[in-house]
Each structure stands twice: as structure tokens, then as C-alpha cells.
Write a protein that binds this ligand. Structure first.
Ligand code: PBG
Length: 333
């Protein structure tokens, strides 16, 4: 920015440019478009049904056929991508999380079905072990410790099975060290050079994930917290080191998570690296905005659109948000 002193009043009257919708539109620095939206979907077993997630009013777990219908709607609305999260049958959960790389697991079935029906929409899938074990941690646990290197091996298997199922974007959300490099080199060797990685590079250990853990059935079960692998909310420089590391290891895009409480991190990441930068408006943020709106305490729709614009203003290229279809409808010309 140039050093610049605004002219004194009344030469400068800032209200001139706020005087009408068209002048405000001309001067607006940041805008939101459907291109910027990624819609997270929860999938479950079964046919033609859905189960509402109580802590996320308006969000349901969908059977694969309904997830395909949701992806069709998303494509019609112009949403760029959907992101699949599985609600895994408790009987399929195990200590070593083998279901995570089953070629026919729920996530892979959903990815395949969506790519077949709606090839134009990008499908993102999540890489982390929490839907596949009974303790709710993102990695393999032994003697109460979340193991790093053993988990990375499992994540690589998971990544390859997702690439094979047709995922366009892999989203490692686990926060193990070294997983981006390991996944990237496995993808190269296995012939999946063009599969993109959106690294959850700066993912904080946050209380805002509560409703999500209910949605994927990992909530009640979580033993302890995720503080030994997710970031400390007091840290900011560390986020830049993590982003630098993940980019060097082969991430194409990076994410900051949660969203609104961490927009300062988004701004630093965008300014420092200038790479495709995303944020996740997580389940707890959704729940707060949605329920306050339903209670009539705020105008929920306006607050939601304002929050998404705030992500853009902070430097986000895109936003993962459960509001994606509602926002996309509002953005329709
Ligand atoms: C787990 C994962 C979480 C979210 C996405 N992937 C929760 C967690 O780390 O416990 C949270 C998303 C949300 O809250 O909407 N790998």
C-alpha cells in the first residue's frame, strides 16, 4: 500500500461511494462466487434415505444415491466441488482401521457414483482414520499414543484407494508429519500424477468440530483430545512453517481450519505464499450461525453471506461450507 492520507473532510466524504447499490458494487473489493464453494457431504449406508444431524439443523447424512442427487444439484448450482465424509458402520471399525483403504468402502463408493453421474463436479475425499476406529483419533493408537509413522503408512493406502476410486482432490485432515510427501510420491509411482492434494496444513485443535464428530459417529467415542497432533490455537508462525512444509512436500492447495476464528492465519498464509488457500467453515461455526438464525436472534441468511464474504476478504480462494447450496442459490443471477 502507498503511504496515503485521505483528504480532509469535506473534500473526502466516504459516504459518497456508499450512497447507492451501484456505487457500492463498483467499489467493492472482495466478492463471493459459486466457484469458490466446496460443499461437504456426509454419506451413510442404505438406499434412498437420510438421517438429520441434530447438532447441524438442515444437514443430513445421505445414502450414496442421495449424495449423487446432492452432487447433481450442486453441479446445477455451479458449485465447484463436493467433499465426502463417511459415517462408517460401527461393525467395520477396527484398531488398525483396515476399512479406510477398502476399495469398496462408503467413501470410495460415493466418490465413484458421483464421478459417474456428475463427472464435471470435482470430488474431494478425506484422509484421516477417525471414521474407522472406535477411539475417534485420526491415527493409529498404541499404548495411548497416536503413532505418526505407522499412521502415515495407513494414510498412503487410503490415498491410493481414493485415487483409484476417482477422487479429484485428496484432503489429508489428519495432521501427521510427513504425510503429504508420502502420499505425493505414492501417487506419482502408482500413476495418479494428476490427483490434487488440498492439505489441511494449519488445522487447529478446536472445540468447533463437535457437531462434525456427531455427524460421522466419531464424537461420543473420542478418548481425550487431539492436542498432540492438531495445532495449538495460540500459534500463528507455526502455521506458516506447516504450510511451507506441506507445499515443499507436494500439496497443491492448503487449508486453514476452523474458519472465522482463524482468518488472521488465512491472511498471513495468502500474503506469504500466494498459493491456492482455503478455509473450512466448520460444523460448530455452521451450528452457531444456523441456530441463531432459526431462533430469530440474527438474520441467519444475511449473517451467513457476510461470513462467506469475510473469508474472501481475508484471502481465501475458496471455502468449504455446509451453507454451499444456500449460498449458491442466493448468488444465482
Ligand atoms: C477429522 C476431521 C474433522 C473435521 C474434518 N475432518 C474433525 C476432527 O478433526 O476431529 C471437522 C469438520 C467440521 O467440524 O465441520 N479428520
Amino acid at each position: 500500500m502507498q503511504p496515503y492520507q485521505p483528504a480532509p473532510y469535506p473534500t473526502a466524504r466516504f459516504r459518497r461511494m456508499r450512497g447507492s447499490p451501484s456505487l457500492r458494487a463498483l467499489a467493492r473489493e472482495s466478492t463471493l462466487s459459486v466457484d469458490d464453494l466446496i460443499w461437504p457431504l456426509f454419506v451413510m449406508d442404505g438406499i434412498n434415505s437420510e438421517t438429520p444431524v441434530p447438532s447441524m439443523p438442515g444437514v443430513s447424512r445421505l445414502t450414496v444415491d442421495r449424495a449423487v442427487a446432492a452432487a447433481e444439484t450442486a453441479a446445477e448450482l455451479g458449485i465447484s466441488a463436493v467433499c465426502v465424509f463417511p459415517y462408517t458402520d460401527p461393525n467395520l471399525k477396527s484398531e488398525l482401521c483396515e476399512e479406510a483403504w477398502n476399495p469398496d468402502n462408503l467413501s470410495n463408493r460415493a466418490a465413484r457414483a458421483i464421478k459417474k453421474a456428475v463427472p464435471e463436479i470435482a470430488v474431494m475425499t478425506d484422509i484421516a482414520l477417525d471414521p474407522y476406529n472406535t477411539h475417534g483419533h485420526d491415527g493409529i493408537v498404541r499404548d495411548g499414543l497416536v503413532l505418526n509413522d505407522e499412521t502415515v503408512e495407513a494414510l498412503v493406502r487410503m490415498a491410493l484407494s481414493q485415487a483409484e476410486a476417482g477422487s479429484d482432490i485428496l484432503g489429508p485432515s489428519d495432521m501427521m508429519d510427513g504425510r503429504i510427501g508420502a502420499i505425493r510420491s505414492a501417487l506419482e509411482s502408482a500413476g495418479y500424477a494428476n490427483v490434487a492434494i488440498l492439505s489441511y496444513a494449519a488445522k487447529y485443535s478446536s472445540a468447533f468440530y463437535g457437531p462434525f464428530r456427531d455427524a460421522v459417529g466419531a464424537g461420543g467415542a473420542l478418548i481425550g483430545d487431539k492436542n498432540t497432533y492438531q495445532m495449538d490455537p495460540g500459534n500463528s508462525d507455526e502455521a506458516l512453517r506447516l504450510v511451507a512444509r506441506d507445499l515443499a512436500e507436494g500439496a497443491d492447495m492448503v487449508m486453514v481450519k476452523p474458519g472465522l476464528p482463524y482468518l488472521d492465519i488465512v491472511r498471513r498464509v495468502k500474503d506469504t505464499f500466494g498459493v491456492p488457500t482455503f478455509a473450512y467453515q466448520v460444523s460448530g461455526e455452521y451450528a452457531m450461525l444456523k441456530q441463531a438464525g432459526l431462533n430469530g436472534w440474527i438474520d441467519g441468511h444475511k449473517a451467513m453471506m457476510e461470513s462467506l464474504l469475510a473469508f474472501r476478504r481475508a484471502g481465501c480462494d475458496g471455502i468449504l461450507t455446509y451453507f454451499a447450496p444456500e449460498a449458491a442459490r442466493a448468488l444465482r443471477p
